[in-house]
Design a protein around this ligand. Structure first.
Ligand SMILES: [Zn+2]
Length: 480
């Protein structure tokens, strides 16, 4: 971190799915980090499971940047896929959209916009570049051509397929070669004429009415796995530092990426560190539309601040499963209130006499140690809460000077560059009239010196889900 933390230390360890071990993090080229995370298939609104993955990689990227690494964060947008084609067809057949104007691509553009809007709402702003699959068809075709030439791919009636039997190391990431029930499967990979059951589609020849692009084999569209390697090869070359994604993508998706790129380049490994995030379940169950427990990011943000979700995600280790419950949400909101209250108290300390205290030093060390250990965010967050407890006691005893308070605040600001959940700039969201009225009344009471009354009003505001902070510029309102 800027002044206080050790910059660009070599102590960072990350858990690599490829080796199943924590390894010392050393990028391929000095301080440069090329990182790719699988982006969304844009056919519907994103849900809380997606939110978890994208928040955690946002935190990881921001931490790496703070440590002095020069990170390029690339994400693809899958804007051509069976799911997109089918949903567009369904909408057109239901007459919800005009058949002639509502294409699969139009649907993809619509949900891409919604996805980017969700990311903005979650303050996920570390992605350097989004790359659409349909804008990399030239690169995709070039990869398929090279795979055919090298004998790793073959053509049958409905398209070009990858022959997994030709790639000797197939299965090295997932430690298996066959599909299992929970695997993310793409229907495009099904075909009767395949050599091996696990062979996957690289280029599918299009049926009438489907979106298509010209290719040496006829009009068609890319398979799912090939877009990622075509995109990463273009921007990063044949080898890069980190590939992230949710763990359900390990097989067959990420396994296929390795098979494609390493076969093309002859270089291994495609990716130095594979980082996979755990599942998010809702009350113990997998999120599914059929179970009625499907929570979109959009719906969550209608009721809650994104700060809640960011803290919830950070409180859990990225590799562990996270079970979402209403209790967990209310508990997280209380924790945010504790942070807000602490920040507010610190900002009001005016005392000048300094009382040396160790809490800040201890918290910084703990925080750093935790983050360096495979981004152990729950331990890092716990260190912050321990500091808040100790700090609150010292404030009560009048033992924190204005200078100490400033130092603690600046530490909180530093860690917030990574977690992005404490100091939010004034939000555009509209504060309800009811809350605004109370805020104004409270300001009035404060001016009159009626502190007790002002505190009572603050409690009322809190019950409505808002937090008021007193600053030199007046009251600041935050949604809890
Ligand atoms: Zn992907």
């Amino acid at each position: 971190m800027r002044k206080t933390m050790v910059k660009y230390s070599n102590m960072l360890k990350v858990h690599n799915t490829l080796s199943r071990k924590k390894e010392e993090f050393k990028p391929i080229r000095d301080k440069k980090v090329n990182l790719f995370v699988c982006g969304p298939t844009v056919y519907d609104y994103s849900h809380l499971g997606h939110a978890r993955t994208y928040i955690i990689f946002d935190v990881i990227v921001k931490y790496l940047k703070q440590k002095g690494y020069d990170v390029t964060y690339l994400q693809n947008i899958t804007d051509i896929d069976d799911k997109i084609i089918n949903r567009a067809k369904k909408l057109a057949s239901e007459g919800k959209e005009d058949k002639s104007s509502f294409s699969a691509i139009a649907l993809a553009r619509l949900f891409e916009k919604e996805y980017l809007e969700d990311m903005k709402g979650l303050k996920v702003d570390s992605v350097s570049k989004y790359a659409r699959a349909t804008e990399h068809v030239k690169e995709i075709i070039s990869q398929v051509e090279r795979l055919l030439k090298k004998g790793f791919a073959y053509q049958i009636e409905d398209g070009i397929y990858y022959d997994i039997a030709k790639f000797k190391e197939y299965g090295k990431l997932s430690k298996r070669t066959a599909l299992q029930a929970e695997d993310a499967v793409s229907r495009i990979d099904e075909s009767k004429g395949k050599r091996n059951k696990g062979d996957f589609c690289l280029w599918k020849l299009s049926k009438e009415g489907e979106p298509s692009w010209p290719s040496p084999w006829g009009k068609g569209r890319p398979g799912w796995h090939i877009e990622d390697t075509a995109i990463t090869e273009k921007y990063f070359g044949s080898q890069y530092d980190i590939h992230g994604g949710a763990r359900d993508l390990i097989f067959p998706h990420h396994e296929a990426e390795i098979a494609q790129m390493e076969a093309i380049s002859g270089k291994s490994p495609l990716v130095k560190y594979w980082l996979h995030s755990g599942f998010l379940t809702v009350k113990g169950q997998k999120m599914a539309k059929s179970l009625g427990n499907f929570i979109t990011i959009r719906d969550f943000l209608k009721e809650n601040s994104a700060r809640v979700l960011r803290l919830l995600v950070a409180k859990n280790h990225y590799r562990s499963p996270l079970d979402y419950t209403d209790n967990l949400i209310s508990q997280t909101k209380k924790e945010l209130e504790r942070i807000d209250e602490f920040v507010d108290k610190l900002s009001r300390i005016k005392t000048v006499d300094a009382h040396p205290q160790q809490i800040l030093k201890g918290a910084k060390e703990e925080f750093e140690k935790a983050m360096e250990d495979d981004f152990n965010t729950p331990r890092a967050i716990a260190a912050v809460f321990e500091m808040i407890s100790a700090g609150n006691s010292l404030i009560d005893e009048n033992k924190i000077s204005g200078k100490d308070a400033k130092a603690i605040l600046s530490f909180l600001k530093e860690i917030d560059e990574v977690f992005n959940l404490i100091f939010w700039k004034k939000e555009k969201q509209e504060t309800p009239d009811e809350v605004m009225k109370l805020v104004k009344e409270r300001e009035k009471r404060r001016k009159e010196g009626l502190w007790q009354k002002a505190d009572e009003i603050r409690k009322q505001i809190k019950e409505l889900g808002y937090w008021v902070e007193d600053t030199k510029e007046g009251s600041k309102i935050k949604k809890i």
